[in-house]
Design a binder for this molecule. Structure first.
Ligand code: PHE
Length: 467
């Protein structure tokens, strides 16, 4: 395979890069998972463990991925091959990039469907559906929770609605990608990310006024070391990986566009800080509402699509703030979606000679077709029923298992091994540009801490060990 192709685009500023990478990192994981696992695993005590995982494993692996992209100045597979070749090793390390792009593609195929649910909920909230259901419940015609449950169930069993919402998300993604790096991706993130931040702040203020802020803060932060178990540590590490969108080709391709002179170390730290701040803000926006309505804290789709709509239905101006809330979720998911499809699009341009628009359209059609597998998994279609060595029940479960439990941790492990052990140290040093002690610390984390920690989490995830 010839490695002598490269990408030409560059982010126009350090700030644009940080926004784009933060947009890629901030997603459903920050909003529906982090505040919850924090509350369940000892609050403040868990935050300390989580921050250590981000600092000693997440950031070094993120830096390693960005390094590969920037040094190779090319799409992930080719970048990894070039970097390997430069250090006198096999171009087969390109697999690292291939697996990232593939994982990204598979993840996106269900991520767009879930983003589509959020889009449907913008519509439901905007048309007053939540308060109508609450009012009906007060009159005693239907149970409130049942009605909201039926709304969600109705969406999930209706292929037409799901396909419609997914299609809107895919088309929007293609429209951004087709315009290219500066006019497309960069323009989108520089307006969407500040907007996301403002919407989140608005919900937080609303929540502080209308909800039980103190109870939420206590659930999230009160340090309880007795709740901190081995599982919490594994959970923290797994989440650190997921929330920074590592191993999915994103940091490699975004790194390939990094202008000369921008520090990989500093920007990675900023991205991790912004991602964590958004996760904390999300918790402080959501949980006061949950507690004020006497509901149980939970994680996952149920929290966003069943618990919160009940709360919004009962609250003053709940339809308005519910709409704002779901618009924010759509933005958060959308900025991850464009990042996930960028490597595939850039690959078609760099390696297959397509123009940007056809490349974006071909990738979009691919994602759209694959998303049908997840859509029909939710509607319960027979042909989607399958499992992977006993894991999962349908196409969506299997994709989720293969990507989050197998591909992401394994690619992270090999990225750490590759940059820590195979690439010539002076090359890494030259690109990372950290001075003496800081570089040694970074390199130590990459060579030893990350591989050992990821191996343990991986072994636990797939059930080889049971801590
Ligand atoms: N980081 C995203 C989130 O927190 C999830 C994600 C993982 C997105 C991997 C892209 C790739 O929701």
């Amino acid at each position: 395979m010839s490695t002598n192709t490269s990408v030409t685009g560059r982010w126009s500023s350090r700030f644009a890069y940080i926004l784009a990478a933060t947009g890629a990192a901030v997603g459903l994981g920050n909003i529906w998972k982090f505040p919850y696992i924090m509350g369940e695993n000892g609050g403040g005590a868990f935050v300390i463990v989580y921050l250590l995982c981000i600092l000693f494993i997440g950031i070094p692996v993120m830096m390693a991925e960005t390094f590969i992209g920037k040094r190779g100045r090319s799409t992930p597979a080719n970048a990894a091959a070039k970097v390997s070749q430069e250090s006198g090793h096999s171009t087969h390390w390109s697999l690292l990039g291939t697996s990232g792009v593939l994982a990204g593609f598979l993840i996106l195929s269900f991520y767009v469907v879930i983003a589509g649910w959020a889009l449907a909920y913008v519509f439901y909230a905007g048309t007053g559906e939540f308060s109508t259901m609450a009012a009906a419940a007060v009159e005693g015609t239907t149970g409130h929770a049942d009605a909201v449950g039926a709304l969600f169930g109705g969406l999930l069993s209706d292929p037409f609605k799901l396909i419609l919402c997914t299609t809107v998300m895919v088309v929007a993604t293609v429209l951004v990608l087709g315009k290219g790096l500066n006019k497309g991706l960069e323009a989108a993130v520089t307006s969407l990310m500040p907007a996301l931040f403002i919407l989140l702040a608005i919900i937080m203020v609303y929540s502080a006024i209308e909800g039980h802020f103190g109870e939420a803060a206590a659930f999230m932060f009160a340090p309880d070391f007795s709740k901190l178990t081995v599982h919490s540590v594994l959970e923290a590490l797994g989440h650190a990986f997921f929330t920074l969108s590592l191993s999915s080709g994103i940091m490699m391709i975004y790194g390939a566009y990094l202008p000369e002179g921008v520090s990989i170390a500093r920007t990675s730290i900023w991205i991790a800080i912004c991602d964590t701040v958004v996760a904390l803000m999300a918790g402080l926006a959501i949980y006061p509402i949950v507690f004020a309505n006497g509901m149980e804290p939970s994680a996952g789709p149920g929290l966003l699509f069943q618990t919160l709509p009940i709360a919004f239905g009962k609250m003053p101006m709940g339809d308005l703030f519910g709409t704002v809330f779901f618009v924010m979720i759509v933005f958060a998911a959308f900025t991850s979606a464009i990042a996930l499809l960028e490597s595939a699009t850039a690959y078609l341009v760099e390696r297959k000679g397509l123009n940007r628009w056809p490349a974006a359209i071909v990738s979009g059609v691919g994602i759209w077709l694959l998303s049908l597998g997840s859509i029909y998994s939710f509607t319960g279609a027979e042909w989607t029923k399958m499992s992977f060595f006993g894991h999962g029940e349908n196409f969506f479960d299997v994709l989720d298992y293969i990507t989050s439990k197998l591909m992401l941790p394994l690619a992270g492990l090999f990225t750490a091994i590759f940059v820590g052990w195979r690439v010539k140290r002076h090359i890494v040093e030259q690109e990372i540009q950290l001075n003496g002690g800081a570089f040694t610390a970074f390199f130590f984390c990459l060579k030893y801490v990350a591989p050992v920690a990821i191996t343990i989490v991986f072994a636990q995830l797939v059930g080889i060990i049971n801590l």
